[in-house]
Design a binder for this molecule. Sequence first.
Ligand SMILES: [Zn+2]
Length: 80
Amino acid sequence: MDLCFFLLIIVISLNLVLGLLIDALAEMRAQSSMKAQELEDKCFICDISKKELLSENMSFTHHTTREHNVQAYLFYILYV
Ligand SMILES: [Zn+2]
């Protein structure tokens, strides 16, 4: 009888820890997905969204690769 009690307590405790772990991983995955979506939809340098650029008839790809290229800013900072 005592063994069954301790087994039950251990199983409940392990399920509790596993539930917390799964919740934490799901939250981390959601945050990572949100950050990736934000990097994909906004310019990293000036924080202008893709929709705003398209509404002004500007190409988002041209803006992020020519006008606000992250690598160019990184090379500039390393140069200075
Ligand atoms: Zn920009």
